[in-house]
Structure formats: C-alpha cells, structure tokens
Design a protein around this ligand. Structure first.
Ligand code: F6P
Length: 343
C-alpha cells in the first residue's frame, strides 16, 4: 500500500505532527508513504520525497511543514487535473491525504467526487473556521502567540498612556480575535461576524480613561467591518488562485479613528504571519498527532472521500463532501461572554 501526503494553503503549527502521525500509522499497517512538495503543485509536477518513521521522528516540535505549501488550485486548468490523475497512476498510489483548509480540501473533494480519486482530508488552519470539526490544530498556537504579544504591548501602552490596536488574522471568522481578546483581557474586540461600532468603542475607551485606566488594548480581526463604514479593508485588489483577497490594514484605520475621535494617542500593531510561525503548542501537537494517526489508519483501510475531525474529545471521520464549502464563524455566545468586559 502506498499513501501520498500533501500540505496546502497557509501553513500552520501542527502540520508536522500530522505528517508524523500519518507516516507512523501507515508504516504500522505495512504501507509506505511519500510526501508531495508544495501543496497541489507536488502531485502536478510529481515532486515528492520518501517519508519513513525514521525520517519524521524528530519533526513534532517544528512549526510550518517539512513538505512546503502553496495555494495552487489545479481546477483552474483541466490539464493540471489530468497531470494529477496521471501521476497518481504512475506512482501507483492507493490514497492521497490532503492536509489543508477549505480550499485544499475542496480540491481533494472534487478530485474524489468527479474523478474517482482516492482522497482523504485532514482539516488545518489557524483561523479555526472549518465546519465538521470542533477545532482545528494551529488555532491554539496562534491564540497563545497573540495573547503573549498583547501581554508585551500592554506594558508599553501603559507606560505611554496609549491605546494600542492589535490586528489579528482569521479571514472572515473572528475566532482568533475573540479568543485572544478574552485571554489577554483586552478592552474591546472587533470581529467580522458583527459590524463593530466605533462610537461604542470610543465611548468605552474614554470612560475607562476617566475612571483611571490610562491605557487601552483593542483587538481587531483583519476581516472585521465597521458599522459606520463600508466593506472590508484589503492590502491590494489582487486575488489568489482560489479568488481570495489579501485582507489587512483595518488595525491602522481603527487606530486613526480612535485617535481623531478621542484625542488619545494611539498606535497599531499588525501581528501578521507571526501568528502562524514557530513551534506548535502541546495541545496542537497532540491534536495534530491524533488526526494524523486516524488519517493514516483510514488511508490504510482503503477508505476514500472521508475527512478526519475532532468531535468532543474523539477523532471521527466524516464525509469530505459535507465538510467543505461552509465557513464556521465565531460562536456568538462566546462573543457575548467577552462583551461582559466591555461595559
Ligand atoms: O488562512 C490562514 C491565513 O493566515 C489567514 O488568517 C490570512 O488572511 C491568510 O492566511 C494570509 O495568507 P498569506 O499567507 O497568503 O498572506
């Protein structure tokens, strides 16, 4: 039995533990694993490396992915899909495990549903926005990074009596912003799910200052929209292979508005790719390993068109088709709990 693995889309801490888990489970079942390099570009160009339990034995603590990643979309051009099908046959693969977010898993699903390819999905993203799984690995690491950054920003904000606006990633879901705002005791959070009121935030910041708190921390998700303004703030108009615009810049905008409306000196910090870098937390290593082991077992059992997922404390498998195409946005009950502190 021969299993291929690839990692696609934005990298995230926990990918290497998944790879290690798959390789070990496949080897235990008597199979062999290869790792395609740089997302879907790997099977298109037949660019791969051999993976063995020995070669992946020391990667559990490493961030990123030893296989590299890309946002390549083979469905942009039918000849690219043909190449994948050819290479799958040429390599005598029994199964391809795609580790990725909605875009990467969407490709895996289409290759299975429309071309009969034996694919299995494993959900990943720091954004935590995939349906059919309770949480994605990478998310825990990213909120720990943001919370630690805010702890540091708090002392300088306090020294200078400033407000600091912290812009987080997360695309169109506010999980990272909301969880890191709660974890760091921020004064306000803006998430994409609920248009944020500048008026409410400025009133709160002024009230706190009058009450004696001389600094403030505001967390803004990159995909947040302001109730008083139109549309998303983007870096430039270009879109990637899957049609997504690059978000970013709302932190600066919010900081300028706060300073002009309240007169409080305000700075902004965009944490950007720091949120995806470095070693995975222990929780992400464990979740990644468990998902990898189950994906490897599934591949070895001959399953296809399935995705491994976390439900409660158990790893289960669900239909890949049911898992893609639906964004899982922030649970508003959690935002409501956070709002207890924004009075
Ligand atoms: O989906 C993960 C993510 O980090 C988003 O939070 C962010 O908007 C995007 O990827 C950034 O993509 P890139 O790495 O291509 O700049």
């Amino acid at each position: 039995m021969k299993v291929g693995i690839l990692t696609g889309g934005g990298d995230c801490p926990g990918l290497n533990p998944v790879i290690r888990g798959i390789v070990q489970a496949v080897a235990n079942a008597g199979g062999q694993t290869i790792g395609f390099l740089e997302g879907w570009r790997g099977p298109i160009e037949c660019n791969y490396i051999e993976l063995t339990p020995d070669s992946v034995s020391d990667i559990i603590f490493k961030g990123g992915t030893i296989l590299g990643s890309s946002r390549t979309n083979p469905h942009k051009d039918p000849s690219l899909v043909e190449k994948i099908l050819e290479n799958f046959k040429k390599m005598e693969l029994d199964c391809l495990v795609a580790i990725g977010g909605d875009d990467t898993l969407g490709v895996a699903n289409k290759l299975h549903a429309e071309y009969g390819l034996a694919t299995i999905g494993c959900p990943k993203t720091i954004d935590n926005d995939l349906s059919s799984t309770d949480v994605t690995f990478g998310f825990d690491t990213s909120i720990n990074i943001v919370a630690e950054a805010i702890d540091r920003l708090r002392t300088t904000a306090e020294s200078h009596r400033r407000v600091i606006v912290v812009e987080t990633m997360g695309r169109h879901a506010g999980w990272i912003a909301c969880f890191s705002a709660i974890a760091s005791g921020a004064d306000y959070v803006m998430v994409p799910e609920v248009p944020a009121s500048i008026e409410e935030m400025c009133t709160l910041l002024k009230k706190r200052r009058e009450a004696g708190k001389k600094y403030g921390i505001v967390v803004v998700s990159e995909g947040a929209v302001l109730a008083e303004e139109d549309g998303l703030v983007t870096q430039h108009g270009e879109v990637d292979d899957f049609g997504h615009v690059a978000l970013g810049g709302i932190g600066e905008k919010v900081a300028e508005i706060i300073e002009s409306r309240t007169g409080i000196e305000t700075r902004w910090v965009t944490l950007g790719h720091l949120q995806r870098g470095g070693s995975p937390t222990a929780a992400d290593r464990v979740l990644g390993t468990r998902l990898g082991v189950h994906a490897g077992r599934l591949a070895a059992s001959g399953a296809k068109g399935r995705m491994v997922a976390l439900r409660g404390t158990k790893i289960v498998d669900v239909a890949l088709a049911d898992a893609v195409g639906e964004l899982r946005t922030l649970d508003l009950e959690i935002l409501d709990e956070a709002r207890e502190f924004f009075q």
